[in-house]
Design a protein around this ligand. Structure first.
Ligand code: ZN
Length: 275
């Protein structure tokens, strides 16, 4: 599932490519992935690309906009096959089976919404600022915005496992399974530890670990161990640097990592290096 570094990578690329572009046509091939009337988008001018947690926001000059969530397997791509980019795979998104929505711009470029499992969607929002504000109220802060004390207070309120709390978007926005696993290992905290037992020193280590792992992934353009591709259709590179996610040997003590399910999600940890 695309997490904060993956969605932010796409946002930054969209911000380079899209402001000033006018929508010429929207072809909805699968209704599951589109909410609203696509015909009302014709003529809209894109002004800005925003993000809150794992949501992408495309603002129009009219005050309307699009809210996009890629969920498990969504891709938003405008493939550019030229020398500026290293292309790892050539997919013809125009005819691809899993292309669900095609947004055509007045300059002839096309943006493809591609999704195998179809949990993701593009939603037309008339009152765009209200949609964004509502979401911001429902979601927690991002790991760079929350203070240590705020985070500690949230952890003390719950008796859930720390890893499940990291994945709870209402407490912390943007963290998914990859970065929760890796950051807990960096911080030396077992994923099944009760959130209420985490000390202030550990909170400090954990927030720092979330920052460093996600910042490293941002530099590498996200993690493409699965279906994630960036806005140009390319893979990220963080999958080559997973710390514990996916298993293997501990990079600190060289012991075998342990695997288990916590809150139904795959978890990896080192019995020696995490307590
Ligand atoms: Zn270890």
């Amino acid at each position: 599932m695309p997490e904060l570094p993956e969605v932010e990578t796409i946002r930054k690329q969209m911000e380079v490519e899209l402001p000033g572009s006018i929508i010429a046509n929207v072809d909805v091939r699968d209704r599951h992935c589109f909410v609203g009337d696509e015909n009302t988008l014709v003529g809209e001018t894109i002004t800005k690309i925003g993000r809150v947690g794992k949501y992408l926001f495309v603002s129009f000059a009219s005050g309307r906009g699009l809210a996009i969530h890629l969920k498990m397997t969504g891709r938003l791509v405008t493939p550019i096959y030229d020398s500026r980019f290293m292309i790892h795979e050539k997919i013809d998104y125009e005819t691809a089976e899993h292309t669900r929505v095609v947004i055509m711009l007045a300059d002839g470029r096309k943006i493809y919404y591609w999704d195998t499992r179809m949990f993701g969607y593009i939603q037309v929002c008339d009152n765009f600022q209200a949609t964004i504000s509502n979401l911001q109220m429902k979601l927690g802060k991002e790991p760079w915005k929350i203070t240590e004390i705020e985070f500690l207070r949230n952890l003390q309120k719950t008796n859930r496992a720390i890893k499940n709390v990291l994945l709870d978007q209402t407490i912390l926005a943007g963290v998914g399974n990859i970065y929760a696993n890796d950051a807990l290992w960096v911080a030396g905290i077992l994923p099944q530890r009760l959130a209420s037992s985490i000390s202030l020193t550990e909170v400090r280590k954990l927030l720092t670990a979330l920052h460093t792992t996600m910042e490293r992934s941002l530099v590498l353009g996200g993690a493409s161990d699965n279906t994630y591709r960036d806005f140009y259709g390319n893979r990220g590179g963080y999958q080559n640097e997973f710390l514990v996610y996916g298993g293997g040997m501990c990079k600190r003590c060289n012991g075998q990592l342990t695997y288990g399910k916590i809150g139904g999600r795959g978890s990896w940890w080192c019995e020696r290096c995490q307590a």
